[in-house]
Structures are given as structure tokens and as C-alpha cells.
Design a protein around this ligand. Structure first.
Ligand code: GLY
Ligand code: MN
Ligand code: MN
Length: 499
């Protein structure tokens, strides 16, 4: 028997007596199981097409894509499970499925691959796992799928996870095996050793694996129909969350730590509408808006302030929205707030106008940042004698970055910052294609203690962020349902609060 871990020891001090009599009694007298899956998942055909493309790119190779495992949060309590993005993309599984599972694309003799999902199928009711296993048992976490369920749901071959280790490493000397390494560290360590023990050459293993991870990240850049639909659902759910926050602004203002109130209201709807938030919500009021990733959300919200809310619902299929609105919490912008807001809006309009097939990804930032630079110049904030062209100079300028240090766009999908392993040529320098989904999110941030900012601007931060899909002849704003101009935002707040 293996060593007893600290967490098991702690669980033992609360163990109940398990008698033979109880063991026999608990396993018997249950109605026949009803199947948990009755039809293929809508994502399954799209996932099959994604696997087919991968299969064509790696003929004769074995590809191993783990979901990852449960992670301990505190002693015997795990975080909610979220599968690795590459696994979700290639299986179509979302939400909290399927801890410890591994997708293997096994090369076939005549070409192509068989997709095999190794996973921990539902244990029979005459097993101890059924009632005794707090991490996986049906009594504790509910029924998991059977092999038949998975085969029907996903259109792959199902297999027990116990068969994975031998199957994954066999013939390692004779064929290339590539593994997505960052999904499951324990599995990576074990499979590395097994590959070498079965004849693989150690040098170059990691490099070959990294090439697969890169290919899988880049493969997600152009979204299919299912993905665009899922992103639209995520955005629509996000709109519900934003409107709930607006409706409850009076309560957030009345409460201490109003930012947390906002986080909670958005989180309620994110969890209700979808799987949860796609990233920690930034609920930043007043000067906190100038901290780009303000996720502590510990601040009070005061009358007259702006609330920068950057939040997105992740749907069950794991696609996430990423939207920012900067809201005057008392219903109307002050003159200084509006001046800044209008500048950011103009920059965003310029950025969105640059989104079309054939343009470069970097054109979006170039268009938006030019407007930012022009406004900063017109306000007299750039150093003496520095022109707009001077500051836009990438070798010797960039003064404007003091007030907008971040980029304008990123790809959006299963990850909020999607396709992160694509190269610069494939990302920043790439030509936009229909089906790409990206954010356009300029901002201006004047910290309360920024002595170079006009006093009336100090403590004001504004960002406007929308989710845009490239179409055949331009682009479509998935988040167009959420008003953006200063006047429309004021009218939106009034209308939502009057409901
Ligand atoms: N919420 C992070 C971002 O906008 O990229
Ligand atoms: Mn955002
Ligand atoms: Mn973003």
C-alpha cells in the first residue's frame, strides 16, 4: 500500500465505520441506470473536423492531449475543474469535464488517426468507489459518463484511463509521440520516462511537444461556426450581467466595498447564465480604474465616480466574452470624465474601422493609438516640442504610453487571451481573416498622483472594450448590444434603472 498523504490522514480522522453489513447494503437495491447521454453533443462534429485537420498535419504520429487533473485548493478540497484548452477544443467537452481524461490521436495503418478518449468511467454500484471515494465517487460528486456515454456524446472511442499509460508509450522508439506538456505535470513526467524507456530519444522530445502546443494554439485563430455562436452567447450573457450591475448600482453605492458588490452581482449572472466568469472581473471605481488588472475589488464606490467594469461570461462550452464599459455611477459623466471618454471612444471607433479581411492585426492598434496620441497632443500632455508623429515613432517616441500602456487588441476564444503560443508573424504581423475574433479595447488612464496630468483628469480611468468578429467584408461587433457612446451609456443607465 502506498504512503498515506497528509490530506488522507486528515480525512481519516473524520472516517465513519464501514462494516461489511453496510458495504453489502449500500451496493444493492438501485434501479437500473438511465443513460446520461442520449444524443451526440452539438460540438462533436466541429471537434471531429478540428481533429481531422490536426491528423492531416501529423501523419503517422501519436498525439497526446490531456485534460489535466483536479488541483487541491486546501487539503482535501479541490478547485472547480476546468479542462485544458487544447483538450476542450479537440473533444468539444466543456464546463468541468473530464478530470484526468486524455485524448489520444492514434495513427492508423492506412493513414489518419483514431481518436481515443481515455477517462475514468462511472464505477459500478458494487464498487467501493460508488459510495466511498470522495473525489470521484457517485455518492459524492455525482454520476460520471460510462464508456458508451462518451462514445455517443463525442463520436470517439472510449477507453478506461487504466489502459492509458501502456497505450501512450508503446512503440516509442518507432514512432513520434507528441504530448501537450502543460496540461498535467505528473502525466508529463511519467510519459517522458515511459517514452524513453520504450526507445524514444530524450533529446528533442520537449521541442517536438512544444511544436504541437504551438500548432494547437495557432489552429484556434480562425473560429468555426460553433465557436462564433458560442462567443455570441457569451457576449449576450455578459450583457445580462452588465445590466444587472447597472440596475443594482444604487445598492453598490450604498454598501461599503461596493466594488465587491458589483463583482458578486456580475458573478451571480455569470454562474447562472454560463460556466462562470472567463477571467476575474475588474470592478474598478475611481482611481482603481488606473490599475489595469484591478481584481482585488475592495473599494467603495462614491457618487460621481466612474466604474470601469471589465468582465465576461464564459459559457458552458468554455468560450468567454471580454467586455469593458466605463459607467458614470450617478448616471451622467462630468465634463472631464466625458472629455476622456470621448477620446477613448474615438480611438475605439478608429480601431474597429481597421478590422477587415486583408488588414493586419497590428493595424487595429495603430489606428486606435494614433487617436490617443492626437488627443494627448491636443491636451498638451506630450513633452514640449513632441509631435504626434514623434510620439508614434517606435524607436524613439512612445511618450503616449504613459497613459495607455497596453495593446488595443487580442484574440478571444476558449482563452480570454486566445492563441497565446502563436508566433509574432502569426499574430501581430498576421493578416486578418474572416472568422477571427478579437477585442478592440483602447483606454486612457490618469492616476490620481500623476503630476503630468491636468488636475481635472487625475483619478479618472476609462476603457471601452468590444468583441469583434472579422467577416467577409469587414467586421461585426458581437457586443454591439451594449451602448458605447457617452450619451448612449447615460441613456442606457437611465433606462435600465427605470425598469
Ligand atoms: N480583461 C483582460 C483584457 O481585457 O484583456
Ligand atoms: Mn477585458
Ligand atoms: Mn481584453
Amino acid at each position: 500500500m502506498g504512503a498515506v498523504s497528509e490530506e488522507q490522514k486528515q480525512a481519516e480522522n473524520r472516517a465513519r465505520p464501514t462494516t461489511e453489513e453496510f458495504r453489502a447494503f449500500v451496493k444493492d437495491g438501485w434501479a437500473p441506470r438511465r443513460p446520461t447521454v442520449t444524443a451526440p453533443a452539438p460540438a462533436s462534429t466541429y471537434a471531429a473536423a478540428r481533429r481531422a485537420r490536426l491528423s492531416a498535419a501529423y501523419p503517422g504520429e501519436r498525439l497526446v492531449i490531456p485534460a489535466g487533473g483536479l488541483k487541491v485548493r486546501t487539503n482535501d478540497t479541490d478547485y472547480v475543474f476546468r479542462p485544458h484548452t487544447a483538450f476542450a477544443y479537440l473533444t468539444g467537452l466543456g464546463a468541468d469535464r473530464e478530470p484526468d481524461a486524455v485524448l489520444v490521436l492514434e495513427p492508423l495503418e492506412g493513414g489518419g488517426h483514431e481518436a481515443i478518449l481515455y477517462f475514468r468511467p462511472l464505477a459500478e454500484r458494487d464498487s467501493d468507489e460508488f459510495f466511498a471515494d470522495t473525489r470521484y465517487g457517485e455518492f459524492w460528486v455525482g454520476a460520471r459518463p460510462t464508456i458508451e456515454d462518451i462514445e455517443l456524446e463525442l463520436g470517439v472511442t472510449g477507453a478506461h484511463i487504466d489502459q492509458f499509460a501502456d497505450a501512450a508509450a508503446k512503440d516509442a522508439g518507432a514512432l513520434t509521440i507528441r504530448l501537450v506538456r502543460d496540461a498535467d505535470r505528473d502525466l508529463t513526467r511519467t510519459l517522458d520516462a515511459a517514452r524513453v524507456a520504450n526507445g524514444a530519444v530524450e533529446e528533442g522530445l520537449e521541442e517536438a511537444d512544444d511544436a504541437l502546443a504551438h500548432a494547437l494554439s495557432h489552429a484556434r485563430m480562425v473560429k468555426d461556426e460553433f465557436e462564433i455562436e458560442a462567443l455570441q452567447e457569451a457576449v449576450d450573457a455578459t450583457e445580462i450581467g452588465f445590466e444587472a450591475v447597472i440596475a443594482d448600482l444604487p445598492a453598490a453605492l450604498a454598501a461599503s466595498r461596493g466594488e465587491r458588490w458589483v463583482e458578486g452581482v456580475f458573478g451571480l449572472h455569470a454562474r447562472h447564465q454560463g460556466n462562470g466568469v472567463g477571467y476575474d472581473s475588474i470592478c474598478a471605481s475611481g482611481d482603481h480604474a488606473n490599475t489595469l488588472h484591478w481584481i482585488k475589488n475592495t473599494g467603495d464606490i462614491h457618487e460621481g465616480d466612474l466604474l470601469l467594469l471589465d468582465a465576461g461570461v464564459e459559457v458552458d462550452a468554455l468560450y468567454t466574452a471580454d467586455v469593458t464599459r466605463t459607467l458614470p455611477v450617478s448616471g451622467t459623466f462630468t465634463q472631464a470624465q466625458r472629455e476622456i471618454y470621448d477620446a477613448v471612444y474615438a480611438a475605439q471607433e478608429a480601431g474597429i474601422a481597421a478590422v477587415r479581411p486583408g488588414a493586419k492585426f497590428s493595424d487595429i492598434h495603430a489606428a486606435a493609438i494614433r487617436v490617443i496620441a492626437e488627443r494627448l497632443h491636443a491636451w498638451g500632455l506630450l513633452p514640449e516640442g513632441v509631435t504626434v508623429e514623434d510620439t508614434l515613432d517606435t524607436e524613439h517616441g512612445q511618450y503616449h504610453r504613459r497613459w495607455m500602456v497596453h495593446g488595443t487588441s487580442h484574440h478571444l476564444g476558449l482563452d480570454v487571451h486566445d492563441c497565446a503560443l502563436a508566433t509574432r508573424e502569426e499574430y501581430m504581423d498576421a493578416v486578418l481573416e474572416p472568422g477571427m475574433v478579437l477585442t478592440v479595447e483602447p483606454g486612457l488612464y490618469f492616476k490620481a498622483d500623476d503630476l503630468l496630468a491636468p488636475e481635472r483628469f487625475r483619478g479618472i480611468g476609462v476603457r471601452i472594450e468590444d468583441d469583434i468578429v472579422v467577416t467577409a467584408d469587414g467586421c461585426r461587433n458581437l457586443s454591439a448590444g451594449m451602448p458605447r457612446t457617452a450619451a448612449a451609456v447615460e441613456a442606457w443607465i437611465a433606462a435600465v434603472q427605470a425598469r
